[in-house]
Design a protein around this ligand. Structure first.
Ligand code: AAO
Length: 512
């Protein structure tokens, strides 16, 4: 009997590592700050047809409305209640989007902010996205309800009440992150309110959660909360499906709290991934692309089955959170395409692609003074819709990296090669590398300051393949480069280092 219980429990916890992505799909896209109505459209017109597995959405709960600075993106990380009206839309619009995305095979993952409420000096009144009254002075959030009994102030012993030293795990968990009122998640009452919020979303059809600021919550408390979540809605998911959990834990080493403490609860964001790959593609600190032959756990990253990987995220693309200057965002488009292409071609981790908006950066002493600027908005602070241009790019300040041909096609590449091991590695001991995925795909990069000209074993069946970076297979032909693979599986590659995109990728479905 005991063994059966252990197997059941082990199976249960592992299940929260499963994103329940529909067959043939693999990647998640973070449509940061998009409106629900636009996400629903994007699922039906683009994400479904192009094989995306899921979409991460911004926090859907009621949040503070900041006057100064005016409507910053981060106001949504200051909850006022768990009512489902926010800058992205109403509860009905959220419900509609979840249904429409699920109906085209695109899962929805919610950014769940459950560690805290609004900032300790956020005032009082009804400046909130659903108009709920609150007072951070008296720690009163009647729309939940939470009172001063539901916060950790009595457990925090720093002078300021805020986290002052990340070397002290007790402070990190029981004090305020950046002055944000810290919820007492050891209380059954608080756990119940958080679980009710998440279960309401599960009933609506979401597939799981990106859980914000997990480093600041005790794993034991999270275990109780996640354990009280319902199974997914059987309208779209197999009976008994556990919600997918990926936990935001910034662990680049150097602090006593490590990602390991959270492995058993779900997947964990691997921040080392983007930070290191950025250093490699920027060729900083003597790093070379040829050193990535053992990329993944060989570089000290967490076990593959625990990792949620990304090149940049909404924090570190603007200097928040962690990763530093090596992070490669859309602002460095050529490098971003290469790094995202490498991530999507490599077997390690559950991949997430960032989709951003532009803002007017203003660097003073290396810090962007405008890192707070919110999404493209109207004068009343409401978010603008996402216009789609005739060339399939987005307008009005929305970057839509996920729609860039090179990235869209590499999302497909990952789907086509899914399950195939890495094979046929080649490098020039500098910054030219190539590798395959079984006999289903092959990619090659030239990140050196000179041309690449080489004939390699691709492991792929003979035939003519369209390069999905410089173009794609359309009709009976290729809009970009053609790659001829001989009966011996070998192919010739020539890549100038001055090309817009100095990499080539072919796969079983880009074959003529
Ligand atoms: C805003 C204002 C604050 C104000 C606050 C309250 O900016 O001045 O006090 O409101 O009014 C977002 C924004 C925040 C914003 C917040 C609330 O980023 O600026 O505060 O909404 O509106 C830590 C957490 C991590 C968190 C990150 C930003 O551990 O969970 O800070 N990310 C999530 C969300 C994020 C959100 C929140 C949490 C809050 O993704 O969008 O904040 O809901 C070290 C620690 C990290 C720590 C960072 C930054 O990182 O290890 O755990 O992240 O510091 O504090 C190297 C090191 C690395 C280090 C890094 C930075 O890379 O290797 O360990 O340097 O020092």
């Amino acid at each position: 009997m005991k063994l059966v219980v252990l197997v059941a429990l082990f199976g249960l916890s592992l299940a929260q590592h499963n994103p329940h992505i529909k067959h043939g799909r693999t990647s998640i896209v973070h449509l940061f700050e998009w409106r629900w109505a636009d996400i629903a459209e994007e699922c039906e017109r683009f994400l479904g047809p192009n094989g995306f597995g899921g979409v991460q959405i911004s926090p859907p709960n009621e949040h503070i409305l900041k006057e100064s600075p005016w409507r910053p993106w981060w106001q949504r990380y200051q909850p006022i209640s768990y009512k489902l009206c926010s800058r992205s839309g109403s509860e009905d619009e959220l419900r509609d989007m979840i249904t429409r995305c699920n109906n085209v095979g695109v899962n929805v993952y919610v950014d769940a902010v459950i560690n805290h409420m609004a900032r300790g000096d956020g005032g009082e009144g009804t400046h909130s996205s659903c108009g709920s009254w609150f007072s951070v002075y008296t720690q009163d959030f009647p729309s939940v309800p939470y009172s001063s009994l539901d916060f950790n102030d009595n457990k925090c012993y720093t002078a300021s009440g805020n986290i002052e030293n990340y070397s002290d795990p007790n402070q990190v968990r029981d004090c305020r992150l950046d002055r944000l009122l810290d919820l007492a998640l050891e209380k059954d009452y608080v756990r119940g309110k958080v679980a009710d919020y998440m279960n309401n979303l599960i009933d609506m059809g979401v597939a799981g959660f990106r859980v914000d600021a997990c480093k600041h919550m005790w794993p034991g408390d999270l275990d109780i909360v996640f354990g009280s979540l319902k199974n997914l809605n059987t309208m779209w998911f197999a009976s008994g499906s556990r919600p997918f959990i990926f936990q935001e834990v910034i662990d680049l080493g150097g602090e006593p709290i490590s990602s390991k403490e959270y492995y058993h609860l779900g997947r964990v964001t691997e921040f080392k991934y983007g930070a290191k790959l950025g250093t490699v593609f920027r060729k900083w600190n003597g790093e070379k692309l040829s050193y990535t032959k053992n990329w993944g756990e060989g570089w000290g990253f967490m076990p593959d089955g625990n990792a949620l990987v990304f090149i940049d995220n909404h924090d570190n693309q603007r200097g928040h959170g962690a990763g530093g200057a090596s992070i490669i965002s859309f602002w460095d488009a050529r490098l971003h395409k290469m790094a995202v292409g490498y991530m999507l071609a490599h077997p390690y981790g559950q991949t997430r692609v960032m989709s951003s908006y532009k803002w007017d950066r203003n660097f003073v002493d290396g810090k962007d003074q405008n890192d707070w600027i919110g999404p493209p908005s109207n004068s009343d602070g409401s978010t603008k819709p996402v216009p789609i241009n005739p060339d399939q790019t987005c307008g009005d300040g929305w970057v839509c990296e996920h729609r860039w041909r090179q990235i869209k096609n590499m999302v497909t590449f990952r789907n086509v090669v899914n399950g195939q091991p890495q094979a046929n590695w080649w490098d020039n001991q500098s910054n030219q590398v190539a590798f395959g995925r079984g006999d289903r795909g092959f990619i090659i990069f030239n990140n050196d300051d000179w041309d690449l000209d080489v004939t390699l074993n691709t492991g792929m069946p003979a035939g003519t393949y369209c390069d999905v970076i410089s173009g794609q297979k359309e009709g009976g032909g290729c809009t970009g480069k053609k790659i001829q693979v001989g009966s011996d599986g070998r192919a010739h590659f020539s890549i100038s280092n001055r090309e817009e995109d100095p990499f080539v990728a072919i796969h079983a479905e880009s074959k003529l």
